[in-house]
Unconditional design. Sequence first.
Lengths: 578, 273
Amino acid sequence: MKTLRRLRFSTVRPLRLQILDVTLGAYGAERRENKARGASGGHARRNGQQAPKGRIMILPGFVCLLSLSLSAQVTPDRIVTAAKEPQNWLTYSGSYDGHRHSRLDQINTANAHSLTAKWVYQTAATGKLETTPLVADGVLYATAQDDRAFALDARTGRPIWLYQRQLPADIRPCCGRVNRGLALLGNKVYLGTLDAHVIALDTKTGNVIWDVPAFDYRQGYSFTVAPLAVKDEIIIGVSGGEYGVRGFIDAYDAETGVRRWRFYTVPGPGEPGHDTWEGDSWKTGGAPAWNTGTYDPATDQVFWPTGNPAPSNRGEGRAGDNLYSNSLLALNASTGKLNWYFQFTRHDEHDWDATQVPVMIDANGRHLIAQANRNGFFYLLDRTTGKLISASPYGKITWSDSKDSEGRPIANQNASPTLAGNTVCPGALGTTNFMAPTYNPATSLFYVTSRDQCDTFSTAPQAYEPGHAYYGSAYFPSDEAEPYRGFLKAIDPATGQVKWQFQHTSPTWSGVLSTAGGLVFTGDAEGNFIALDAATGKPLWHFQMGGAVYAAPMAFAVDGKEYIAIAAGSAIFTFGLP
Amino acid sequence: MTHRRLLVCCLGLVSITAAQDRNPFSGNPQAAKAGASEFRINCALCHGLGARGGGRGPDLTRAQKKHAHNDADMFQIISNGIPGTAMPANGTNGQGVGMTDEEIWQIITYIRSVEVKVPARPLGDAVHGKQLFYGDANCSLCHMVEGKGGRLGPDLSGIGGARTREAITDSVRHPSHHLAWGLTESTKEFPQEYETVTVITADGTEIKGVALNEDSFSVQLMDANEQIHLLEKDKLRSFQKSRESMMPPYGQSLLTDQDLEDIVSYLISVGAK
């Protein structure tokens, strides 16, 4: 243990410097190599080859990298400039803009065919693994079911510490006892728990530094989201849209756990938007915030998406638009004050949470934000004002044939659930769901997992009871001859057009990673991890992991070697060049 | 922390002893009504609206159930699932929320309220049905019952307890209407279905069979001679998949209503016992 700690967290500078020396050498050489390959049309480089010592060029970026790594702690500035240290993955989407794009290019279209498994970590948990690991300075942090968290030697997969929360027996997680990951800041990692606590763990030991209850879990509140570390605070959104919670987004002091602000996603009496709820329905209005938002340091705004109004599949009793359900919220990160909102699906009756990662894109001097929404439309907004620029279907849709004056798709008259059942596309699981998308600035394409499936929605009235399921409707896969179809789609955000698609054998819950190596990585329900050519969608490599994928991939590097990591089955897998 | 743990522990014990012995709502019409909604939300996906069975789960209006002899059994089954079948444990199907003990009892009360004590129509002749199954109707060329028969189609030993009479009849008349479920993997959302696959191998050989399993890069199939073929898709000259079942539709000319009724009665006599 002592030795391990010294290796991973060492303050012994000579050792650290030695590791970095290798890191920089190989990485710098690969970058140059790739540049050359790109110019000439290129050939595959033999993998794992390291640059001759004498050829190491110390670039300004690397000097910066060196000092950052030596600091050993993840400062807020490091997350802001995460792109400058592509060997690390410091936040849920890899960077604040939500791109889930790695600038590592050692693994690329020319050598992806030779990828091989590097290590596997068995979590011993059962159920779905939805975690995105974080990596900082050679240590990988991730989570598993039942609020397990752990730190691994990112080079070998060997655990440094393990944490598992002792959960009450009567927790009410919606959709599996899942967790999507951690936030990392300073000497702590942050976990939202299934019993609705926010906790801070010591990065070196996993010891609990602070533990703060956010709400009464018995009423159906829980956390499954990876929190977002912003400046000196931890931002987190609640789950529980299936229990008639009143959704909120919280910010906690990263050092002490004291709550700085709470934004209720369902406005209370006297607040703007309160009149979009009938009677007392706002009290159980849902609008959870269970997926990680993004952050714009330039304007100090957090963009956080919200989920379905409750009951999820029955609009009777909650007449109105039901703000701020199924919306994107632009909040002042320091105060939690709402700057603007955009509601994707008004008065939703199909469980179309808008909790997909909002992706910041800057193009032609415009500051945009894109979301591939669960309701089947790809939305592009101006992120300064929240105004809609375009909404384009990217999957099978029957619920909307028209748009309002702002260009927002509006629901057809006959789209509501009925007692006898009404078939609507997409179904309740949506055209996409929580699976994280990726945006590759080099190809200017947005890659997202999608599904074509229609459901028959049938009303099933339920009274609200605290802590009880509160759907108000049942849904069934529609009785079509056509089976459900699942895709990876590459969307041009400028036009909303699908540039290419790769059809999976069955729909997948995997997220997507893009890399500077010209690759996109995704997983499938059959247990394959797949590398595809980002430009064409052609699969270049695959590996059978033996368990379905419900998580999103990420990339990191240690000792100058690039790794791609993905959770599948009940394990975390990493891949690299031989 | 210790206090809370003790408390949780005690509460757990109370709920276990109180919850699982006896249905607190037995015969209560309000509970049955609440249970009807819960049933639609949690159970109807497989067991059908009105509990009359679907393409996936058994008809629960039948008074005699294969796995549950009383309400306490039913509570156990809903809570823990049935290993080796598609019946999941409460809250583990990955979609939607689990049920509370109270809601489970409401559902049981609802199921009891819709049970039909007497079969809607007289059963066919199961003895004759068995003769047809292994004889003129040729069912056993592809289907096995209790260890005897073919392997190309699903084993039908339990089908009489797992599907409604109507669902079995429909599968014989229109085999492609709902393809049978095959291999179910633990973390996979959808089971494999009995799809028909036709491939041409690199050397030009055509193989037609039923998919035992498939992913984007490989396929495992069984041909009509019960040979298993394990194939990599990128090495095939062609790969075609069809939702047209390899089982021929049994129209009236192949099998009269009465003979079909007899076969279904045979399957029910085996599967529901």
